[in-house]
Design a protein around this ligand. Structure first.
Ligand code: DGL
Length: 294
């Protein structure tokens, strides 16, 4: 099957996975896309394996029913906790998760020389559920690297609320509020990164193991620089899109073609439409409200 006759289903717990769709649009622009954000049951990152598996199975079944020929599980938590269940639910449709491509991208970025010089340590930032699963630790260890995982549960809500870099506001009150919000985000990042870096003194590579963290990349880089540890950053969203493109043998393109995307959400359609463009990098068309049950 060629990419232009292919329908790729992209699943996330919410709209954070639009960062993965954005990368897919750049690498596989000819495909049709179905994007499902399970916004009614977000966040997955604080839930148990059983619950995440149940949610993720119903979401994958929905995407298959809508005609997906290939599934990309953009959600790190769902990938870490429930990839086998999703593969079973969607067989024979192939399923890509984000953990393995993220780990492989980290390995590719660390040269052989660095690996033998003790710089094989990767610091992984992720949700609490992803960290407790140790999915990244296992994937990185299998590739001959070592890993230190750090749960950063406050980062998803900060991104969801748009507490990112302060935009230029003409109104002084709005400007002051935006500056204060940005300062809070930087302070929280500093706490997490100070703790994480002290647990990973040799790490030179930082893996963003959550859909939302690419939106904080500038703030993370700023904080790492302030802490005197400018680590190389690996984004599992980009790595996953590359893995799908390699699987489909697509040549990368400089810019995305006109996307043919259909969006579904299980709740908060208005919020999805309002915040989604920050993740996708372009306006969203209509978002369909659907019910996955239970
Ligand atoms: N999509 C989740 C992930 O990448 C983050 C949001 C959530 O906790 O549901 O882990």
């Amino acid at each position: 099957m060629t990419a232009d006759s292919l329908t790729i289903g992209v699943f996330d717990s919410g709209f954070g996975g639009l960062t993965v769709l954005r990368a897919l649009l750049a690498h596989v622009p000819a495909a049709n896309y179905l994007y499902l954000g399970d916004t009614a049951r977000l966040p997955y990152g604080s839930k148990s394996r059983e619950t995440v598996a149940r949610y993720a199975e119903s979401a994958t079944r929905f995407l298959i029913e809508q005609g997906a020929d290939l599934l990309v599980i953009a959600c790190n938590t769902a990938t870490a906790l429930a990839l086998p269940e999703m593969r079973t639910a969607s067989a024979p449709v192939p399923v890509f998760g984000v953990v393995q491509p993220g780990a492989e991208a980290a390995r590719a970025a660390i040269s052989l020389g660095q690996r033998s010089n003790g710089a094989a340590e990767v610091l992984v930032l992720a949700t609490a559920a992803t960290v407790h699963s140790h999915a990244y630790l296992h994937a990185l260890t299998d590739l001959g690297l070592t890993a230190t995982e750090k749960a950063c549960p406050l980062l998803v809500p900060l991104v969801e609320e748009g507490w990112l870099s302060a935009a230029a506001h003409p109104d002084p009150v709005a400007r002051e509020a935006a500056n204060l919000r940005e300062a809070v985000t930087l302070q929280i990042l500093r706490i997490y990164l100070t703790e994480a870096l002290s647990d990973a003194p040799h790490a030179r590579t930082l893996l963003l193991g959550c859909t939302h963290y690419p939106l904080l990349r500038a703030e993370i880089e700023q904080t790492l620089a302030a802490l005197g540890r400018p680590l190389r950053i690996i984004d599992s969203a980009a790595a996953t899109a590359q893995a799908v493109a390699v699987h489909l043998r697509c040549a990368p393109v400089a810019s995305a073609a006109t996307p043919r995307c259909t969006f579904y959400a299980t709740d908060s359609v208005e919020k999805f439409q309002r915040l989604g463009p920050h993740f996708l990098g372009q306006p969203l068309p209509h978002v369909h409200l659907i019910d996955l049950g239970g």
